[in-house]
Structures are given as C-alpha cells and as structure tokens.
Design a protein around this ligand. Sequence first.
Ligand SMILES: Cc1cc2nc3c(=O)[nH]c(=O)nc-3n(C[C@H](O)[C@H](O)[C@H](O)COP(=O)(O)O)c2cc1C
Length: 172
Amino acid sequence: MDAFDAIRTKLDIREFSSKQVGGEIRAKVLEAARLTGSSRNTQHWRFVLVQAPANLDVLARDSTTGSWVKGANFAVIVSIDSKVPGSTIDAGRVIQDMQLAAWEQGVASGVYTGMKPGDIRRDFGVPEGLDPAAVVGFGYPKKRLLGRKSRKPLSEIAFLEKYGNPLGSLGK
Ligand SMILES: Cc1cc2nc3c(=O)[nH]c(=O)nc-3n(C[C@H](O)[C@H](O)[C@H](O)COP(=O)(O)O)c2cc1C
C-alpha cells in the first residue's frame, strides 16, 4: 500500500475483532509517532500505550465520546503541551501518522477527543503541564471495510489562486 492508497482507504473504525495485534506493529505505531515533525521540533507530546483489557475499560469510562475503545486491541493516549504554539496541529499530525502506519499493516483505528481529562490524568498518570488531547484506539477491523468514505467534492473545498475561483483541470 503506498501513502496515497493508505490515505484513500483509511476510515475511522470503532469496532474491532478480538485478533491480537503483534508487538512489532504496536512498536511501529509508536515509532511513527516519534518520527513525526512538531512545531519547532519541540516534541512536546507524550504517549501512553494502553493494552491491558482492564485498562482499556478504564479508558472507556474516562471518555465521553469514545466508549468503543474498550473493544480496541490497544490504544494510545496523546498528551500535548498546550502552551506550545501549534500544539493542536502537532497532535493532529501525530495521530494521523500513527493511524496510517497502522493501516498500512492492516490495522484499523479510531480517534476521539471526548475525555474527562481529570479522570485520565488520575488513572493514567498524565502529569501537570501536559494535556490529554486525544485517544486513538487500534485493532483489526471487525467487518470487512468497503469504501464508505463520505467526503465533499474537491470543487467545493479547493480553489485556484483565490478563494472561490474554480480549480478547473490541473492538466497532466
Ligand atoms: C479532531 C477529531 C476529533 C474526533 N472526535 C471523535 C470522538 O470524540 N468520537 C468519535 O467516535 N470519533 C471522533 N472522531 C472521528 C471522526 O468522527 C471521523 O474522523 C470522521 O467521521 C471521518 O471518519 P471516516 O474517515 O471513517 O469517514 C474525531 C476525529 C477528529 C479528527
């Protein structure tokens, strides 16, 4: 799968099979995070890998919009230093890189931001000065994924030279 194919076919998935994801893939996901560029290369982010089923249950309880994470094979809590300018862009980039690295290996994932931050801090030891930004849950997909991507057409969201100008044909 090349990079574009990974982007084209990746969906955010919330239902996972019980098949175990190997340690090499889990390591690769974290390595993808480590390799991602951040604002001024500050690398302010920190990651907690959660894979014990009991802890995935706790993670689900600490969430407001991601209770599905209890069915994931593993999850990564992404925390950032919100004082760093661009930190939320950094979070988005690192999340997407982890998701694409996993998907390239056939492992699906979903992300959620609805959390009870105090509870996450307490249960997973996230220190003051770092803010839990999102959780990504990973696992092999439960169902076969068929292209159900719903996206606006490019003509509605991208313009040439000036907002509102149609892109037209971009040639070869
Ligand atoms: C910043 C952000 C926050 C999100 N928060 C949640 C969430 O709280 N719960 C959830 O189930 N999905 C969440 N999602 C997943 C989106 O709903 C998903 O990316 C979108 O519907 C597109 O999904 P698709 O790629 O499968 O079409 C979030 C995604 C992003 C980028």
